[in-house]
Design a protein around this ligand. Structure first.
Ligand code: NAD
Length: 298
């Protein structure tokens, strides 16, 4: 028996994107500024190609100036850093994103840290990470996936999580750690778990809010879930799925959606949950950067 609400990330993202489109038109009308997003993609990773295509399409539909730089798999570190330097100095560009993962010969840290913090719409620069960790989110760029998750949590529970316990599964710099910082900032009691955590199901079972960011298909089961808990499934896993007797590759999350839906209060689906919200948050960060560059409020 299903009891959980299905949180519709796709619909929420579309609504949010519509408001970004309106604000973009106003910024252009009133100040002559069009937000500019530059996406750098290196190599031919098929998943990255899909993500970058979606980002470009969404940027264009929001009315942004959208630029894509496709670099060869064997591009040198020097050439990548030169491109970033050019984009840092380009007034038409307010957000710079380098699609990860990078080919092995490139130094990911040196590249992400070369982006000007004021154009770091992915929120990976140490300056932005530091501001987030110190609670200065008003002038930080927060990584898009956890920021999108927070909007969905706020929809369900409001913006003060005092007295609520949250368990984050996964401790990556992109999702788990910034997610924990955001939850802490709105007064949740936060536990961060990972591959070395003992008795993970029992730890998760104490949570009012569960964020799964692991990369293991359908790991979180109904017996890990406190009745009524809110579950945000960040995982994107490519698996074989049989639909109408036909086996195809499809996407699934880190949460067994049907199983946990018998116990949880609300769950995000995969696809159609966190993914669309992540892309829309990237647009929100880019619009914000353009407004800040124009001396307006973010
Ligand atoms: P990552 O590989 O950097 O980190 C995974 C984390 O999971 C690690 O901290 C690891 O300790 C933990 N982990 C691994 N096995 C575990 C286990 N058995 N029990 C508990 N913890 C375990 O991954 P990431 O970049 O944080 O991404 C996590 C998932 O989220 C992936 O599926 C990724 O594709 C997806 N993702 C989705 C979006 C989106 O927009 N929806 C964005 C980023 C990442």
């Amino acid at each position: 028996m299903t009891v959980a609400k299905r949180i519709d990330g796709k619909a929420k993202a579309a609504e949010f994107a519509a408001s970004i489109t309106r604000e973009t038109a106003t910024l252009l009308d009133e100040h002559g500024i069009r937000p500019g997003l530059a996406v750098v993609i290196i190599g031919e990773d098929p998943a990255s190609q899909v993500y970058v295509r979606n980002k470009k399409r969404t940027a264009e539909s929001c009315g942004f100036h959208s630029v894509q730089h496709k670099l060869a798999e064997d591009v040198s570190q020097t050439d990548v850093l030169q491109l970033i330097d050019n984009l840092n100095n380009d007034d038409a560009i307010h957000g710079i994103l380098v699609q990860l993962p990078l080919p092995g010969h490139l130094d990911e840290q040196a590249i992400t840290q070369a982006i000007e913090p004021s154009k770091d719409v992915d929120g990976f620069h140490f300056v932005n990470i530091g501001k987030l960790t110190a609670g200065h989110t008003s002038d930080a760029f927060v990584p898009c996936t956890p920021a999108g998750c927070m909007l969905m949590i706020e929809d369900e529970l409001g913006n003060d999580l005092s007295g609520k316990s949250a368990v984050v599964i996964g401790r990556s710099n992109i999702v788990g750690k910034p997610m924990a910082a955001l939850l802490l900032q709105v007064n949740a009691t936060v536990t961060v778990t990972h591959s070395r955590t003992k008795d993970l199901p029992q730890v998760v079972a104490a949570a009012d809010i569960i964020i799964a960011a692991v990369g293991r298909p359908e790991m979180v089961k109904a017996d890990w879930v406190k009745p009524g808990a809110i579950i945000i499934d960040v995982g994107i896993n490519r698996v074989e799925k049989t639909i109408n007797g036909e086996t195809k590759m499809g996407l699934t999350g880190d949460v067994d959606f049907d199983d946990v839906s018998t116990v949880a209060g609300a769950v995000t689906p995969v696809p159609g949950g966190v993914g669309p919200m992540t892309i829309t948050m990237l647009m929100a960060n880019t619009l914000r950067s353009a407004r800040l560059a124009a001396g307006l409020e973010g």
